[in-house]
Design a binder for this molecule. Sequence first.
Ligand SMILES: *Cc1c(COP(=O)(O)O)cnc(C)c1O
Length: 388
Amino acid sequence: MANPNNIYEEIGIQPIINAIGSVTMLGGSTPIPEALEAMEQAGSSYIPLIELEEKAGSAIADMLNVPAAYITSGAGSALTLAAAAVMAGDDDKLIEQLPNTNGMKNEILIQKRQRYWYDRCLETSGATLVDFGTNDKTSPEDLENAITEKTAAVHFFMVEQELDPNALSLEDTIEIAHNHNIPVLVDAAGQVYPLELMGKAIRMGADFQCVAAKYIGAPQSTGLALGTEKMIRQISKQSFVGYEGRRIRGIGRPHKVDRQEMIGALTAVKYWMQTNHEERLDSIETRSQTIVNLLQGIKGLNATLINNSIGHQPFGVHITIDESIIGMTLQDIVDKLKDNNPPIWTRVSNKNSYDLNSDYSDNIEIHMFGLNSGEEVIVGEKLVELLG
Ligand SMILES: *Cc1c(COP(=O)(O)O)cnc(C)c1O
């Protein structure tokens, strides 16, 4: 087989070793072979995309045990389309008016504690984010008091592996919002395992939940909107397919998804729901442990296995250092790894990399997601060479 890297080297780009994990800026996902094969087949015929969205969406909804689903151009696009959907609903005039929100309910409430990297995707619809609660805590009254006649939805950021005891829970959010007839949007992009998390927010009563298909072996340019029949119908009206198929010009026109990608996402969901997750997790744990073992006994360095199997990025290695002993900062280590041939990419992590409120960064996390088999040894040995 030809060296798959030649295609990059031909144009002067050196492939890297990805020790960060699933990050968009490095490619985001490794599509599974089954998805790639299905995509190739999908490319050989033309089909009406409205029909493909409907059929693929309903197959995904059945597999995930939710009323309805829609394939989008990433979870980010699902957020934008959902925000547009809660403002314009089924009204074609309003759909064509966005992102100008004059005369519409246009505020999306979000807990101050839950402000995060991707909340911007809601605003690109024309909606305005309005915080409630404080950085320390959110109470039910905070949400009650924040609701006005301008409120279009309440947004919730779901991270089951790090449940936040000071946030208002999803249960309370749904109860309070629905008492006021306000829909609830949930970003559960990384909540792909245990499998029951896929669609959990919808089964709890939320109106919309997004999933990033990059985390389950689909092309990284795909995402899933899950939701009630009504929400998904309204999202479809905002999509590029609605724009071209209904001749109603919604804001989703630039969020294109190819038919190959739709089939890739559908195939990835199918395999994700059937795959042997015990085996998957065992392998990731063992490979993470390989790095932990290599790094034992280095003075001034502490490497531990991250004990987590929930979400999109199980296990991995957590590294902290005593700079005075190591004689380098974490950033120095990151820079030196990048100077390797081939470059090894890691980064200094925030406590929670999505959290806009937290700026302290005291560790490096290494994840197996983007490491080809065996590369964990290269990464571990390079660290030993640098620091041992
Ligand atoms: C990755 C991610 C997104 C964006 O998903 P894309 O599919 O890359 O658009 C949104 N929210 C969270 C929590 C994510 O991890």
